[in-house]
Design a protein around this ligand. Structure first.
Ligand SMILES: *[C@@H]1O[C@H](CO)[C@@H](O)[C@H](O)[C@H]1NC(C)=O
Ligand SMILES: *[C@@H]1O[C@H](CO)[C@@H](O)[C@H](O)[C@H]1NC(C)=O
Ligand SMILES: *[C@@H]1O[C@H](CO)[C@@H](O)[C@H](O)[C@H]1NC(C)=O
Ligand SMILES: *[C@@H]1O[C@H](CO)[C@@H](O)[C@H](O)[C@H]1NC(C)=O
Length: 497
C-alpha cells in the first residue's frame, strides 16, 4: 500500500518536474532587432535569392517565421511608437493630422508622451537592464534643451547610443538632400521671382516708363538677401544641428560620421550584452540601415549584387550575426528571445536620378513605405528562442508589431498597464502552437491620423480578409485615394540626389 503511494508520489514529482521543464523558462533576455525600411522581399528566408542575409535567415531556420506580420503604420515615427507601447499611434497622439508624419528636426518639440508606457519601462521595473542602440525617432525634448522628456532615458532605457532623430540623405556629404524640393519651393522660387521683379522694375525705371522709388528696390534687395541668408544657414547648419549621435543624454559625435558606423554600434550592443550576461536584459537594436543615406563599410561596399542598397542590407545582416554570435559565446542563446522585424515596408520610390535603386523589395506586394497597400505594412517577423519556440515553423496568421509589447511584458513577469487599451496580443500561444488562430479579429491600418483600411479575420473563417473603409462607409474610391496620397506624400519626400 505505502509502496504504491510512494511510487505515485514519485511519479507525480517526476511529472511535475517534466511539466516545469516543458514550461517556458522564466524571464528570458530579449534582443529585439528593428531594421529601417527593409522590405519583406529582401531577406533570403522570405524568398530573395540574390541578396545575402544568412544571419537573418538563421533566425527563421532556428525559430518561427511570421508571414503575415504587420507594422502598425507605414511610417517610422508612428510605427515605432506603436511597437514601443503596444498601442495604435492614434492612441498616443503619435499620428499626424498633416502631411509630415515623422520627426525631421532634432529641435522639434513633441514626441512619445511620458504618459505612455513602453515595454522598456515595464522591464526596467522588473529589474532588467535596458538599452536602445541605434535609431530612436520618437522625440527628445519638451520645453527646453535640458528636460529630455521624450528621450529614451525617460522611457525606460538605462542606456542609449545612437540617433535621436533619423538617418537622412542630408546627413551624408554627397548623398543628396531630402529637403531639395522644399528648399526649391520655399527659397529658390521666391528668390527667382524677386530677381525678376528687380530686373523688370529697374528696366522700367531706366527707360523712364515708371518712376519706381528707390525704397522699393531696397526692400526687394533686403528680402532677397534674407532668403539667401536662410538658404546658406540651412546648408551650413543642417548637418551639425540635425545629424549627431548621442550616448545617454550627451552628444557623442557631431556631425555624425558614417565611417564604420554599423561596426561601432554593433560593437557597443555586444558590449552591452557582455556587461549584462549575468542578469536579465533587454536590448533594442534599432538599425540605422537600410534607410537612406545608404552607407557600408569597406568590407561590404561594392560587394552585393544590388548596389549601395544591397551593400547596406548585407552589412546590417552581418550586425545581426555578430549579436547572435555573442549570445552563443556567452551561452545565452537558449535563454534569449530574439525578434527581427522592419518598421515598415521598403521605400520603393527611393530611386536616384541616375536610376539607382536605393529602396528595397516588397516581394509580390503592391506599394511600400508611406502607404497602406500591403507592401507598406507587411514586414518580416522572426522570433527565435531555442527549446521554447519551435524551429523552422511558418505561421500565416495576422500579427502586428504591437504584439511584442504584451508578449515581452508577460514573459518578463510584468503586469500590463490596466488604465489603458493595449492593442497588441500575446504572441506566445500562437508561436508555441497552443492555438492556431491569431487573436486579432480586426487590425486597423492608419496612415497618419487617417484610417485607410480594416483587416478582418473572421473567427469562423480560415483566411484574413481586407476591406477598405471607404467602401463600407459609402465613400468614393477617390476619398480613399486622397488618404493614401496624404500619407504617401510624406514618404515620397523628394528623393533627388
Ligand atoms: C526646462 O524646462 C523644465 C520643464 O518645464 C523646467 O523645469 C526647467 O527649469 C527648464 N530648464 C531651463 C534651463 O530653463
Ligand atoms: C574601420 O574599420 C576598419 C577595420 O576594422 C579599420 O581598418 C578602419 O581604420 C576603420 N575606419 C575608421 C575611419 O575608423
Ligand atoms: C532581392 O532584393 C533586391 C534588393 O532589394 C531586389 O532588387 C530584388 O528584386 C529582390 N529579389 C526578389 C526575388 O525579390
Ligand atoms: C539549447 O536548446 C536546444 C533546443 O532545445 C538544445 O538542443 C540545446 O542542447 C540547448 N543548448 C544548451 C547549451 O542548453
Amino acid at each position: 500500500m505505502s509502496k504504491s503511494r510512494t511510487m505515485r508520489r514519485l511519479l507525480l514529482l517526476l511529472l511535475g518536474l517534466w511539466e516545469a521543464q516543458s514550461r517556458a523558462p522564466s524571464r528570458p533576455n530579449f534582443v529585439l532587432i528593428v531594421a529601417d525600411d527593409l522590405g519583406i522581399g529582401d531577406p533570403g528566408c522570405y524568398g530573395n535569392k540574390t541578396l545575402r542575409t544568412p544571419n537573418i535567415d538563421r533566425l527563421a531556420e532556428e525559430g518561427v517565421k511570421l508571414t503575415q506580420h504587420l507594422a502598425a503604420s507605414p511610417l517610422c515615427t508612428p510605427s515605432r511608437a506603436a511597437f514601443m507601447t503596444g498601442r495604435y499611434p492614434v492612441r498616443s497622439g503619435m499620428a499626424s493630422q498633416t502631411r509630415i508624419g515623422v520627426f525631421l528636426f532634432s529641435a522639434s518639440s513633441g514626441g512619445l508622451p511620458n504618459t505612455e508606457v513602453t515595454f522598456a519601462r515595464l522591464l526596467k521595473d522588473q529589474g532588467y537592464a535596458t538599452a536602445l542602440i541605434g535609431k530612436w525617432h520618437l522625440g527628445t525634448h519638451c520645453h527646453n534643451n535640458t528636460d529630455f522628456c521624450h528621450h529614451p532615458s525617460s522611457h525606460g532605457f538605462d542606456y542609449f547610443h545612437g540617433l535621436p532623430v533619423t538617418n537622412l540623405r542630408d546627413c551624408k556629404p554627397g548623398a543628396g538632400s531630402v529637403f531639395t524640393q522644399a528648399v526649391r519651393v520655399l527659397v529658390l522660387a521666391p528668390l527667382q521671382a524677386l530677381a525678376l521683379a528687380l530686373v523688370t522694375l529697374g528696366a522700367l525705371r531706366w527707360l523712364g516708363l515708371l518712376p519706381v522709388p528707390g525704397v522699393v528696390f531696397l526692400v526687394l534687395l533686403l528680402l532677397a538677401a534674407a532668403l539667401l541668408g536662410l538658404l546658406l544657414c540651412f546648408l551650413h547648419f543642417f548637418r551639425p544641428l540635425n545629424c549627431f549621435l548621442m550616448r545617454g543624454r550627451a552628444v557623442s559625435q557631431q556631425p555624425l560620421s558614417y565611417d564604420n558606423l554599423t561596426q561601432r554600434l554593433t560593437a557597443d550592443a555586444a558590449r552591452f550584452i557582455r556587461r549584462n550576461a549575468e542578469r536579465p536584459f533587454l536590448l533594442v537594436f534599432s538599425c540605422i540601415q537600410v534607410h537612406t543615406a545608404l552607407y557600408a563599410s569597406k568590407d561590404f561596399a561594392g560587394k552585393s549584387k544590388h548596389g549601395a542598397y544591397g551593400d547596406a542590407a548585407e552589412e546590417m545582416d552581418w550586425g545581426v550575426g555578430q549579436l547572435l554570435n555573442v549570445l552563443e559565446e556567452l551561452q545565452l542563446t537558449n535563454n534569449t528571445l530574439v525578434y527581427f522585424t522592419s518598421d515598415q515596408g521598403a521605400h520603393v520610390e527611393e530611386v536616384t536620378p541616375k536610376g539607382e535603386r536605393h529602396g528595397g523589395s516588397n516581394g509580390i506586394f503592391k506599394g511600400g513605405k508611406g502607404n497602406n497597400w500591403e507592401g507598406g505594412i507587411r514586414v518580416p517577423g522572426l522570433l527565435r528562442w531555442p527549446g521554447v519556440l519551435p524551429a523552422g515553423v511558418e505561421i500565416a496568421e495576422p500579427t502586428s508589431n504591437m504584439d511584442v509589447f504584451p508578449t515581452v511584458a508577460k514573459l518578463a513577469g510584468s503586469p500590463l498597464p490596466e488604465d489603458r487599451i493595449i492593442d497588441g496580443r500575446d504572441l506566445m500561444p500562437l508561436l508555441r502552437g497552443e492555438t492556431q488562430r491569431s487573436e486579432h479579429e480586426f487590425l486597423f491600418h492608419y496612415c497618419n491620423f487617417y484610417l485607410n483600411a480594416v483587416r478582418w479575420h473572421p473567427p469562423n473563417r480560415d483566411h484574413a480578409q481586407s476591406t477598405s473603409i471607404g467602401r463600407n462607409e459609402g465613400r468614393s474610391e477617390g476619398a480613399i485615394r486622397t488618404h493614401h496620397s496624404v500619407c504617401k506624400a510624406v514618404a515620397a519626400m523628394p528623393v533627388n540626389i
